[in-house]
Design a protein around this ligand. Structure first.
Ligand code: PMP
Length: 448
């Protein structure tokens, strides 16, 4: 009652969310969430893709308590603090080669905002005569999602989320997304890759003088509905950015920290971006913290005179917050100590095996998996690939069915998304996929 009276939830104006009884979560334990009525649910979306080691983890709790006993927050503006120094050093060590400096903020959106502002200013500093007022546009992919602040919305490509703000946004060029299922007849990943890279090549050849940077979600476009890129696509994008003198911003807000099976998605194609944005899994789901990592050459452009031109004017109140940095350090220590990345091999395989049966369902058009990210695309029929009309609320009913059977998952348009906590056991992963399978089977059968 009070929730509906006082709290403005994201997306609440959507009919489906308004109608429902709110799910009020009281506590978490390992892979499970518990609501105020004592019901227990498997956390199949890692509490919006953030949780790494499970809820209420004793060592993460202890790291927070220890830090809180010293200080919760002081500012990085004109001062430093130990956890943020140690974390920056650690991030430089574990992220793709070439990234040497860390700029802190507090959400995925702000980490992107910072990369965009830095990229633009970089060109202005690098060659003030040649680029004066130029290189002020960005390329992003169709269906891209990079956050909800105005800068990150400017590089967004999701019509539903972004169209209303168009008059407020800066200019973006849209490259095709490697959506193999929708772009090719028979899921031909290689053909899809060639098509998309060719289009990007043409766009860059014509416009590179205007383009500051290209932003991309490496390997998987998450919010777009788990669009998994064909092998070699990311590598191809990197090569084009280098050829046309355009900065590459890798937005690993969703895919970073183990999600795709490696610590960072860029590793899988040996890609060294110019910027790397991380958030979500950085604190294992404990506190808001984000970081934008940059190459030394970019940082160096901001040094020297004149100071008023070279300063990067962006100062977050909570930048480098000690509590968040302390818990992020413990998160990384746990990932390393518990060999989390190695443990994912069996889990990814288990998911893949359990997902096979989904192909047999008449209303499942495509099943996409990259590491611990899964998208199951629902269609009216496999031939036409037409999705269910919104008013039928099929996807939403699937989610409610799963909830009644003990798992929390979320839809993204016509796609049912699974983002299990990385520490989930094989049994829990099986349970999660089984609940999802039953939900899709039952709800889609009732839809007609
Ligand atoms: N980039 C990507 C790829 C994301 O998935 C998200 C959030 N889902 C963001 C940026 C924005 O992060 P935040 O919600 O923390 O601002």
């Amino acid at each position: 009652m009070w929730d509906k009276e006082y709290v403005w939830h994201p997306f609440t104006q959507m009919k489906t969310y308004r109608r429902e009884k709110p799910l009020i979560i009281e506590r978490g334990e390992g892979s499970y969430l518990y609501d105020v009525e004592g019901n227990k649910y498997l956390d199949g979306y890692s509490s919006l893709w953030v949780n790494v080691h499970g809820h209420n983890h004793p060592e993460l709790n202890e790291a927070l308590i220890q830090q809180a006993g010293k200080i919760a927050h002081s500012t990085l503006l004109g001062a430093a603090n130990v956890p943020s120094i140690l974390l920056a050093k650690k991030l430089v060590e574990i992220t793709p080669k070439g990234l040497t400096k860390v700029f802190y903020s507090d959400s995925g959106s702000t980490s992107v905002e910072i990369a965009l502002k830095m990229a633009y200013q970089y060109w202005q500093l690098k060659d003030p005569i040649r680029y004066a007022g130029k290189k002020n546009k960005f390329i992003s992919l169709r269906e891209a999602y990079h956050g909800d602040t105005i800068g990150s919305v400017s590089v967004g490509g999701m019509e539903t989320f972004h169209h209303i703000f168009k008059p407020l946004l800066f200019e973006r060029l849209e490259a095709p997304a490697p959506y193999t299922y929708r772009l090719t007849e028979n899921n031909d990943a290689e053909a899809c890759k060639m098509l998309c890279l060719k289009a990007l090549d043409t766009m860059l050849r014509e416009h590179h003088e205007e383009i500051a940077g290209l932003i991309i979600e490496p390997l998987v476009q998450g919010a777009a509905g788990m669009i998994t890129a064909p092998d070699g696509f990311l590598r191809g994008v990197r090569e084009l950015c280098t050829r046309y003198n355009v900065l590459m911003i890798a937005d690993e807000v969703a895919v970073g920290f183990g999600r795709t099976g490696t610590l960072f998605a860029c590793e899988q194609e040996n890609v060294e971006p110019d910027f790397l944005c991380v958030a979500k899994g950085l604190t294992a789901g404990y506190l808001p913290l984000a970081a934008t990592l940059v190459r030394e050459e970019i940082y160096e452009a901001f040094l020297g005179e004149p100071e008023e031109l070279r300063t990067f004017f962006h100062g977050h109140t909570y930048t480098g917050n000690q509590l968040a940095c302390a818990v992020a350090l413990k998160n990384i220590e746990l990932i390393e100590r518990e060999k989390l990345i190695d443990s994912l091999v069996a889990k990814i395989e288990c998911l893949a095996q359990n997902l096979e049966k989904f192909h047999t369902l008449p209303h499942v058009g495509d099943v996409r998996q990259r590491g611990m990210m899964v998208g199951i695309e629902l269609v009216q029929d496999k031939d036409s690939k037409k999705t269910f009309p919104m008013h039928m609320q099929v996807e939403h009913n699937v989610i409610l069915h799963a909830r009644q059977n003990g798992a929390i998952i979320r839809p993204l348009g016509p796609v049912i998304v699974l983002m299990p906590i990385l520490s989930m056991s094989l049994e829990e992963l099986e349970q999660l996929t089984d609940i999802t399978y039953e939900a899709i089977k039952t709800v889609t059968a009732q839809a007609y």
